[in-house]
Design a protein. Structure first.
Lengths: 283, 253
């Protein structure tokens, strides 16, 4: 099942009951894979929602960048979940979370080196082979960079696409956050991504904290999408065309209508792009 | 060891280490590398603490949130998760609390944590068919007595010298938190029934009967265990009740 270029929301547990009861109009739902790898009521609720909404499975725990290697058991659990849910999209992150047997519950940064590219390439290839489908890989939010990196993040992602045939999940908020924290031009970043590979866009809110006396943006998914991020999203749509777009909200989760309102704002922009594309074809 | 692997192990050690720990090769770019790593460390510790708070809400209430977060800070660094499913994180937290000197005077606390862990296990256990009164009735004569049966994966049997069921109930939102510890020992069964996590205290023979099935057993051996703690136990009632609770895995199909 392909996913149309509609706006979706990240499904969060406080909203599940209301979603089941009211079935609001929203294009699709995205779940975090790791929350559904057991049994019980949450899994059954998702099975019910799945009949009304296309679902995207977003992994946060595969640790594609781990030099220690992929956790084979976890990949099997992901494969079973994907077989069960038959999602429209499957995605993961350009990051690592596990080292020395410890899972650190964070999308940790990679140095952008040939060695890291070889590691991530091998892991993405293995995941795609096991799942028998293409996955999307998401750009992380960055708070540090390594001095021995030899490539820009966007070029690293483009190389990963060439090596593995994977798609990309372009998180526009993460681009904004990373460029603010580490230097870099968001538009250059967008320009370096292969447009054809973009299978999904993420939007979310961020916080502004203090680090060592300087402002640092934190990708906390705890507030509405910021104005500069909406502007960047519009430029991303202009460059990539309409793409399935997700609004994420994970901390201080608001009432469902607030989240749906954010998705509706994305939907308006998607509609505008779709109309333009239609006009171009009609002309 | 590869450069990348070495780097990742260094970052891991720094994130689980002290506030000023740093890693070679982190660019400063106007913010001290230690401050940049601290952004990641903060998320690691607070998100894992939040996961433990969600799993152990009664423990949070019993020790207050500040102390709980202090205990988590020590626990997370010593015992970070072994895998990415956070509903599986915290199995060793009760034993950690038992050995943690600042709360050793709260002797009942580890068993309250064990009860909450068992409830978490029950909530997320894999779905599996259960043997019911109806399905057992249609089995051929003699099948049930001699078949090896097991408890459903959602079931935990917990014996405690403390009235942890009363402690749990008194510390729900709106509860007064007052419990008479002289209520004494309990033997609890915690499980998931119709999507709800429930627990109840079992009489001693029923507890012994079910505990004999933890690592698979036959109803005959379970009956012997029940008779061991109470020679006059009503075996027919024990079988009837275990079927009514719907805690036996259906291994007959």
């Amino acid at each position: 099942m392909a996913l149309r270029s509609l706006a979706g929301i990240g499904l969060r547990s406080p909203h599940v009951e209301e979603m089941l009861a009211t079935r609001p109009a929203v294009g699709w739902l995205e779940i975090h894979a790791e929350n559904y790898m057991g049994g019980g009521p949450a899994v059954r609720a998702l099975e019910r929602l799945r009949s009304d909404y296309p679902v995207s499975v977003h992994g946060v725990g595969l640790s594609l960048g781990s030099a220690d290697g992929l956790d084979a058991g976890h990949l099997e659990r992901l494969a079973r979940l994907v077989e069960r849910l038959e999602p429209a999209l499957v995605s993961e992150h350009l990051s690592w979370s596990t080292a020395g047997g410890a899972y650190l519950n964070h999308l940790l940064p990679l140095p952008y080196t040939e060695e890291a590219l070889a590691t991530v390439t091998a892991h993405v290839a293995r995941v795609q082979e096991r799942l028998r489908r293409r996955i999307l890989v998401e750009n992380p939010s960055g708070y540090l960079r390594f001095e021995h990196s030899t490539q820009e993040e966007a070029h690293f992602l483009a190389a990963l696409v060439r090596e593995t045939g994977c798609g990309l999940l372009c998180d526009v908020n993460n681009i904004h956050v990373t460029c603010a924290n580490l230097g870099g031009e968001p538009d250059e970043y967008l320009g370096a991504l292969p447009a054809d590979a973009i299978g999904e866009i993420h939007l979310a809110g961020h916080a502004i904290n203090d680090a060592d006396g300087r402002a640092i943006l934190i990708d906390d998914h705890g507030s509405p999408v910021a104005e500069p991020v909406w502007r960047l999203y519009e430029r991303a749509l202009a460059r990539f065309g309409a793409r399935p777009t997700l609004v994420e909200w994970d901390t201080d989760v608001p009432p469902l209508p607030t989240l749906l309102g954010e998705a509706a704002q994305a939907a308006r922009r998607l509609d505008a792009v779709a109309r333009e594309e239609h006009d171009v074809h009609a002309a | 060891m590869s450069t990348l692997r070495e780097l990742q192990h260094d970052v891991r050690d720094a994130l689980l280490g002290s506030a000023d720990a740093t890693v070679r090769g982190v660019a400063a770019d106007g913010v001290a590398p230690a401050a940049r790593l601290a952004v990641y460390r903060h998320h690691v510790l607070t998100s894992l603490t939040a996961a433990l708070e969600a799993t152990f809400p009664v423990v949070v209430r019993l020790v207050d949130q500040r102390f709980f977060r202090y205990a988590c800070d020590v626990y997370v660094r010593a015992a970070p998760p072994l895998g990415p499913c956070l509903f599986e994180y915290g199995a060793t937290f009760p034993a950690f609390l038992a050995a943690f000197p600042p709360c050793r005077h709260l002797a009942y606390l580890p068993d309250v944590a064990r009860l909450e862990w068992a409830m978490n296990v029950a909530l997320h256990a894999e779905d599996a068919g259960v043997l019911t009164t109806e399905t057992a009735r249609v089995l051929p004569a003699g099948t049930l007595e001699s078949a090896r049966v097991a408890l459903h994966p959602s079931v935990t049997l917990l014996a405690s010298p403390w009235p942890v069921d009363a402690l749990w109930r008194a510390n729900q939102p709106g509860g007064d938190g007052v419990v008479d510890l002289d209520l004494g020992a309990v033997e609890l069964q915690i499980w998931r029934r119709n999507d709800d996590v429930v627990f109840r205290a079992l009489p001693r023979p029923a507890f012994a009967f079910r505990r004999a099935l933890v690592d698979r057993g036959t109803l005959t051996t379970a009956a012997a265990a029940a008779l061991g703690v109470e020679p006059g136990a009503d075996l027919a009632a024990l079988v009837r009740e275990v079927l009514e609770d719907e805690v036996l895995l259906d291994c007959t199909r």
